[in-house]
Design a protein around this ligand. Structure first.
Ligand code: NAI
Ligand code: 15L
Length: 265
């Protein structure tokens, strides 16, 4: 399982730095792109291209010559609409237009749990549940998933949209005991998303094998993703934190604090 040239957007970000290293076995060349300069290429297996996803012509040139894309680039937190619009909404559209024009057939899209953030933590959902975005950021990821579906239906470009929960070195709070995705499991899921045949547009929740989960991935079983890690070893450390009030959004909603941000004006 190897592609010739893999485009990794958001390569200077938290997950981009992780996947830059861990996806190395799966591509002859990784084209690392971000608005902020990623660390210089470490050898002939890497290319660095600084590119603003809001710039259509630049994104078109960025995608040319690539065989698959892992799209992490964009604003990754809740922000005013104008910022999200440029980086995430225009950005994802430009990326798929580039894929169409240059014949890229497989994209892995870093979607987010904030597409469904207004479900309560007492609810259990799968990828067919109606979307309940929890802000401008969640709306942009919801749009990205729609773009992915459209470009499959219309042009046959396949995508796995990974609704990442919380991917950090370890779960940082009680909510993340459910939403945590280890870097090892993230890497496996991205690898499966790149190489599983006939994924059409698959939506999968990016979570480790945590004890108490809100999301059901049986609809994405064809990916063969079996998480190896669990938040459980971190429970004592997380539960040593001060308790969260019952009316705190972090204790109520799957999207946690994102549900209570804004309005920005
Ligand atoms: P991050 O914020 O560390 O990285 C995102 C990168 O995108 C940054 O390096 C930033 O410079 C770049 N970027 C922003 N605007 C851009 C633009 N206009 N043009 C080009 N690049 C631009 O975020 P992180 O944590 O690495 O997340 C990666 C992706 O995964 C993001 O799309 C995020 O929304 C998504 N995600 C991450 C989760 C997590 O737990 N880390 C959870 C759910 C989704
Ligand atoms: C996200 O979508 C963010 O990109 C990330 O920084 C975390 O906040 C994560 O969701 C989360 O919900 O924990």
């Amino acid at each position: 399982n190897k592609v010739r040239r893999l485009l990794l957007t958001g390569a200077a970000g938290g997950l981009g730095k992780v996947l830059r290293e861990r996806l190395r076995p799966y591509a002859d060349v990784i084209r690392l792109s971000d608005l902020a300069a990623p660390a210089p290429a470490e050898g002939p297996h890497e290319e660095v291209v600084i590119c603003d996803l809001a710039d259509k012509a630049a994104v078109d040139a960025l995608v040319a010559g690539c065989d698959a894309i892992v799209h992490l680039g964009g604003v990754s937190v809740e922000r005013p609409f104008e910022e999200i619009f440029e980086a995430n909404i225009k950005g994802v559209f430009h990326l798929y237009e580039g894929a169409r024009r240059h014949g890229v057939k497989r994209i892995v899209f870093a979607s987010s749990n904030h597409v469904i953030g207004f479900y309560k933590q007492t609810e259990h959902i799968d990828a067919t549940a109606s979307k309940r975005p929890d802000g401008n950021y969640g709306l942009s990821k919801s749009f990205g998933e729609d773009v992915a579906q459209f470009y499959f239906d219309r042009y046959g470009i396949e995508t796995v949209s990974i609704r990442i929960g919380s991917s950090f070195p370890e779960p940082l709070n009680r909510r993340m005991m459910s939403s945590w995705l280890s870097y090892r499991d993230l890497t496996t899921l991205v690898e499966k998303s790149l190489f599983t045949p006939d994924v059409k547009h698959t939506i999968v929740y990016g979570m480790s094998a945590n004890r108490d989960v809100w999301w059901d991935n049986r609809g994405a079983a064809h990916l063969g993703f079996v998480p190896q890690d669990s938040s459980e070893p971190f429970r004592a450390k997380v539960e040593a934190q001060p308790p969260v009030a019952a009316n705190d959004p972090n204790a109520i909603y799957q999207g946690g604090a994102f549900t209570a941000q804004g309005p920005f004006e």
